[in-house]
Design a protein around this ligand. Structure first.
Ligand SMILES: Nc1ncnc2c1ncn2[C@@H]1O[C@H](COP(=O)(O)OP(=O)(O)OP(=O)(O)O)[C@@H](O)[C@H]1O
Length: 249
């Protein structure tokens, strides 16, 4: 279980997150939605310890992230939204580095790389330098790297960005399979069809505040015959008048 308790983040004068309370359980696929600048990446970076919230607490399996950082980081696979890749390394060398960081044996690392490169159709590019790969191929390198240690908790910031339809489909299948095993999948997306396909629960952020936090089923049942796009735009869009539970006629 991952718990965010009154998490806020202030950058200078900008309040990027405002008292977020979110619980994410094992076996769930949890999606963060929101316009550009709503606070999705700030939330995700807080969960993976890249940034420190200004106030509030993050607990993972009852342990506070701030005081159990190393232990908790070992459980997490993270796909950043704007990855810093070592462009001069080959994909294989990059995975070697991650394998070493997660203390994987060579055999296990090789086995996982073979499975994942076959799945994402990247076998032929394993030894190419990352600088020579296309945007989508680089995204595949990052996704494979994040899944290499078979982490319990997947935290993926806009993971489908740049992936071709086949790779996006395969990643979605992997996310669902991971949740079915009782593990946790957290991701952010601008793609509402993907959110509708995958999320058990979702949080909609607007200017750092939660405007919805609950199950997809509950949200959809409040507005029968409306698509997630309609509901999302009514809540987070320009007029932004609708709160979950209110009629929008
Ligand atoms: N390092 C930073 N310094 C100052 N302000 C920041 C910094 N990082 C983010 N912000 C601000 O915090 C707010 C939330 O940004 P964040 O990147 O979390 O949004 P987002 O929902 O991920 O957006 P996008 O969909 O565009 O990726 C924005 O107003 C952004 O300008």
């Amino acid at each position: 279980m991952i718990e965010l308790k009154k998490v806020s983040k202030v950058y200078g004068k900008k309040r990027a997150l405002d008292q977020l309370d979110v619980n994410i359980k094992e076996g769930e696929i949890f999606g963060f939605l929101g316009h550009n600048g709503a606070g999705k990446s700030t939330t995700i970076k807080s969960l993976v310890s890249i940034i420190e919230p200004t106030s509030g607490q993050i607990l993972v399996d009852g342990q506070e992230l701030k005081t159990h950082r190393q232990e908790i980081k070992q459980k997490i696979g993270y796909v950043p939204d704007t990855p810093d890749l070592f462009l001069q390394l080959s994909a294989e060398e990059y995975w070697d580095l991650l394998g070493a960081a997660f203390e994987l044996s060579d055999e296990l690392k090789q086995e996982r790389v073979e499975q994942l490169t076959a799945l994402f159709e990247l076998t032929a590019q394993r030894y190419d330098t990352i600088s020579s790969l296309s945007h989508g191929m680089r995204q595949k390198v990052i996704v494979i790297g994040a899944l290499l240690s078979d982490p319990d908790i997947w935290i993926l910031d806009e993971p489908m960005q740049g992936l071709d339809p086949q790779a996006a489909y395969d990643l979605k299948q992997l996310m669902q399979e991971h949740a079915r095993k009782g593990k946790t999948v957290i991701f952010s997306t601008h793609d509402l069809a993907t959110a509708q396909q995958l999320c058990d629960k979702l949080a909609i952020l607007k200017k750092g505040q939660l405007i919805y936090n609950g199950t997809l089923t509950e949200l959809m049942s409040q507005y029968p015959e409306k698509s997630l796009e309609d509901i999302y735009l009514s809540m987070a869009g320009r007029q932004g008048l609708l709160k979950a539970g209110e009629a929008d006629e």
